[in-house]
Design a protein around this ligand. Structure first.
Ligand code: ATP
Ligand code: MG
Length: 573
């Protein structure tokens, strides 16, 4: 490809609104342009990257028996009503009406369409298993579209769906996907970890996420260096460090005793006033789950994870407003506690609070109770509620956990029968019995892969593409395009590289060398070949490895060989 005949609008300045490195670099390198919040145009070079990712995904999906199809973006409301998600999903779904006032929506994901299709096309156990996949546009009105193409409102997804007769067969399909995903991310050159995850709104019995470590990520995972424990912090259970021993002022078995804590409202203020470790206190947080008030308890030095609370309750709670706290408990936020509550408040405590005693709010402004033992001095349900912290013990082996920021690039779910029951996707088993098809669903974001690769691989000058998803393999620069012998040599090199299977971009602009080198660094093509003065004087061209910036001078006839060596080294990772 020739630069002068291509649309590659590189920019010297970062876009004003960009924070994530991948956002800045993908705009500056001329890969994407933002049409509106979270809605992007992929320019030719950007599209080349996405197509390379897609080709890898297709190969690995086909290898496990995936069959490609395409499902619509525009959906009738009925199928979403049948699964229950028309009401369960909030503002993230784009909804519209057709000209006859029928409710429609734009597909965020395709479990419903798959179950609808399976209900019509799958009859007996002989038709199973099936793996269906598509690489198709999803529409989601994300609350915070940002970070460039890492989180957009319209995006491409490879989504696949497995249909199986039973749980054991689902496990086989699921494991095939887990393996295939590993190969896809390996081949794309990403660093990633596979973690246990929370199935959330998908429902179902098990799920994993594929996470690319990066400061630009919106998720956090807890990882253990001692064993292979790895989980999203939404799920991870750290074993907390014990609290420092309480000072003598905290009686061991005397039962709760009220102490004055005038003016202290926060955990830190009360702990300072009573001269105790915040870990010796309980943080009491009032939530509303529908109309039910729920008092959630975590240790004073911990934070509550709202998703963990939601999972424990089986409902989405919201924090109670200060006036609701006063109305329900008769006290201000800073003095709320679990002892002697009015009826109708459900108390749910983090499992780390099982031993005691603790200091808690006294439900009387300006007072706390010391020596409170959960389970004895108040009743409660137990659940895992706290955010796992770095340095806490691994729940499997006890070694200290690390917590890392990550970008979710893919995830896999064992769905079970939620969608097949809702949409009546049944099959006849060998005994002639009607049974619901057991489903799995599996997603990957090609744009997220591309952006995560940029986050993980760049330097101050630009992108450093992994070989397999680079828009081109070789960036060929004739320094003086008006010099006929340089141009002829560059064209020769281009021909030999292309016939050896390399994707080549030739920068044939009549620009200063410095400008072309800057753009080459920005674009991040793995190999740069420069035809300049050295060619005229000594008959050699310069071959540069973008990642290591190591230069070699080789005769024109040896460029293909030099490129093959760099390719081979990069293929080894
Ligand atoms: P997230 O938690 O980041 O919102 P998700 O759990 O909603 O992701 P899925 O619905 O499972 O994601 O989608 C599968 C894959 O699609 C994700 O792993 C990710 O790679 C990609 N993806 C999801 N949402 C977006 C988005 N808004 N923009 C770009 N890619 C996305
Ligand atoms: Mg999402």
């Amino acid at each position: 490809m020739r630069w002068t005949r291509s649309l590659i609008p590189t920019l010297r300045e970062d876009p004003a609104d960009a924070e994530a490195i991948s956002h800045k670099l993908m705009v500056r390198a001329g890969l994407v342009r933002q049409l509106a919040a979270g809605i992007y145009v992929y320019l030719p070079v950007g599209l080349r990257v996405i197509e390379k990712v897609n080709a890898i995904i297709r190969e690995e999906m086909n290898r496990i028996g995936g069959q490609e199809l395409t499902m619509p973006v525009l959906h009738p409301a009925e199928i979403w009503q049948q699964s229950g998600r028309w009401d369960a999903i909030g503002g993230e779904m784009f909804r519209l009406k057709d000209r006859n006032q029928r409710d429609m929506c734009l597909g965020m994901t395709h479990e419903e369409v798959v179950a609808w299709l399976a209900a019509r096309e799958i009859r007996s156990y002989r038709d199973l298993p099936q793996i269906w996949y598509q690489i198709q546009t999803k529409e989601r009105d994300e609350a915070r579209p940002r970070s460039g193409v890492l989180r957009t409102r319209e995006f491409l997804m490879k989504d696949s769906y497995t249909l199986d007769p039973d749980q054991a067969a689902l496990d086989v399909s699921y494991n095939a996907h887990k393996q295939a995903y590993g190969k896809i991310f390996d081949r794309c050159g990403l660093r990633y970890v596979v973690v246990d995850s929370d199935p959330g709104m998908m429902g179902g019995s098990g799920s994993h996420e594929f996470m690319a470590p990066s400061a630009a990520g919106e998720d956090e995972v807890a990882l253990c260096a001692g064993c292979d424990y790895a989980a999203n912090v939404e799920l991870a259970r750290g074993v907390p460090q014990p609290a420092s021993p309480s000072p003598a002022s905290m009686p061991e078995d005397a039962g709760p005793r009220e102490v004055a804590t005038p003016g202290s409202r926060t955990i830190a203020e009360v702990a300072a006033q009573l001269q105790i470790d915040p870990a010796g206190m309980i943080k009491s947080l009032l939530y509303m789950a529908g109309d039910t008030p729920v008092l959630a308890l975590v240790r004073g030095d911990h934070s509550l994870h709202e998703r963990k609370l939601a999972r424990a309750l089986g409902a989405e709670p919201r924090p109670a407003r200060p006036e609701e706290v006063r109305e329900r408990l008769g006290v201000s936020v800073g003095s709320v506690g679990p002892v002697g509550l009015k009826g109708g408040v459900r108390v749910i405590a983090d499992e780390s609070l099982k031993s005691g005693p603790y200091v808690v709010g006294a439900n009387r402004d300006g007072f706390h109770l010391v020596g409170v033992r959960p389970g004895k001095d108040f009743g409660c349900d137990w659940a895992d509620l706290q955010v796992a912290l770095p340095g806490e013990g691994c729940p499997r082996c006890g070694q200290p956990l690390q917590v890392e920021r990550v970008i979710e690039v893919g995830n896999i779910f064992k769905l079970g029968t939620k969608y097949s029951v809702g949409l009546n996707a049944m099959y006849l088993d060998e005994a002639g019995q009607q049974k619901p098809i057991v489903m799995g669903s599996y997603g990957i974001g090609p744009a997220r892969i591309a952006a995560a690769a940029v986050e993980q691989r760049h330097d101050a000058d630009g992108i450093i593409w992994p070989w397999a998803i680079a828009p081109f393999h070789v960036h060929l620069i004739p320094v003086a395009v008006k010099d006929a012998s340089q141009m002829a040599a560059a064209e020769d090199i281009e021909r030999s590289l292309v016939s050896a299977g390399f994707d080549v971009l030739m920068d044939d602009r009549d620009e200063r060398a410095g400008v072309k080198f800057k753009d080459a660094d920005l674009l991040g093509v793995p190999i740069r070949v420069t035809v300049g003065n050295a060619f005229i004087k000594e008959g050699v061209v310069e071959v540069r490895d973008r990642a290591t910036r190591v230069d070699q001078r080789v005769p024109k006839s040896r460029v293909v060989e030099a490129a093959r060596v760099i390719e081979a080294v990069q293929a080894m990772g």
